[in-house]
Design a protein around this ligand. Structure first.
Ligand SMILES: Nc1ncnc2c1ncn2[C@@H]1O[C@H](COP(=O)(O)OP(=O)(O)OP(=O)(O)O)[C@@H](O)[C@H]1O
Length: 272
């Protein structure tokens, strides 16, 4: 018998938030290497906050995230809103080439091979011929393709995508899903915030259902049950950002390696 491989990401009683107000709390669990995880939950459930925490953009208020097998900085993160200033006169090629900054450095020039890799990444997202176009002239779907091309060049073992399909045409969504499935086949670990549950059922083997705290984490078919979704909704409705404290009691659930912390507690942002 082989011992179980170490987790790629270990989350230990994690609390993340803003100005010491928890947005996600009591999150614990292991994510194995090569997992393809959909992060789902109601609006304001803390999905983006979790990705920011994993990306290192938000420091935990409590608990910790450990990624034993990940070299420092070896993750690629696609935030929800475009971080690209559309009015900035920069070409699609240059924006995508930023994906190589770790190997090129801030002021380095690109080698011939690196320039070819940029063109290959653009071809892989169906954007050949757009190299010289100003980034601000792209449609929403084209811009998202370019952002995926940049991400590909980062060649990271861990990829975090925050609502990559929001406000994107269905053909582009299909193409982006195929790229994600390709990264999964290559053995990369991918966490994606997704709103469309059909999309999740069809393509994502593992699911984390969040509602400020973990509701369920495991195989998608066991997480996406009417019970679990109703539970997530109830938790989200019981939440009030301005309320002084919290006493939410959860019954234990069948699938949930992550909710062993369900109990009475006091946090400075729940109501009853
Ligand atoms: N920069 C911030 N400063 C203060 N509070 C924030 C900030 N960003 C998010 N929040 C709050 O944290 C909570 C969780 O937000 P988050 O964006 O993580 O939720 P989400 O699940 O991604 O929601 P959605 O599906 O609507 O994008 C919300 O109450 C939100 O208002």
């Amino acid at each position: 018998m082989h011992p179980a491989p170490p987790p790629f990401i270990r989350i230990e009683n994690l609390t993340l938030g803003y100005d010491r107000h928890p947005a996600v709390h009591h999150l614990s669990g292991d994510i194995p290497a090569g997992a393809l995880v959909a992060v789902i939950g109601p609006n304001g459930a803390g999905k983006s906050t979790l990705l920011k925490g994993l990306a290192g953009e938000l420091r935990p208020i409590g608990g910790r995230i450990v990624m034993p097998g990940l070299p420092p900085g070896a993750l690629a993160y696609l935030p929800q809103r475009g971080e690209i200033d559309h009015s900035f006169p920069v070409s699609v090629f240059d924006v995508v080439a930023m994906g190589l900054w770790r190997e090129v450095g801030a002021f380095g020039g690109l080698s011939r091979t690196q320039r070819q890799r940029v063109r290959d990444a653009l071809a892989a997202v169906g954007m050949s011929g757009f190299e010289a176009r100003p980034i601000g002239s792209l449609s929403g779907g084209q811009l998202q393709r370019a952002r995926f091309a940049r991400l590909m060049l980062q060649d990271a073992p861990l990829i975090l995508l925050d609502e990559p399909f929001a406000a994107i045409d269905s053909r582009t969504v299909d193409d982006l899903v195929q790229l994600i499935l390709g990264w999964h086949r290559e053995g990369r670990t991918v966490l994606t915030v997704v709103h469309d549950l059909e999309q999740v059922r069809r393509h994502f083997p593992t699911c984390l259902l969040l509602s400020r705290e973990p509701v369920a984490f495991g195989p998608t078919a066991q997480v996406l049950t009417p019970d679990m979704l109703a539970r997530a909704r109830r938790l989200s409705e019981a939440f009030d950002d301005d309320a002084p404290e919290c006493h939410i009691e959860l019954p234990p659930t069948a699938v949930s390696p992550t909710d062993e912390h369900a109990h009475h507690h006091n946090h400075a942002s729940h109501r009853h």
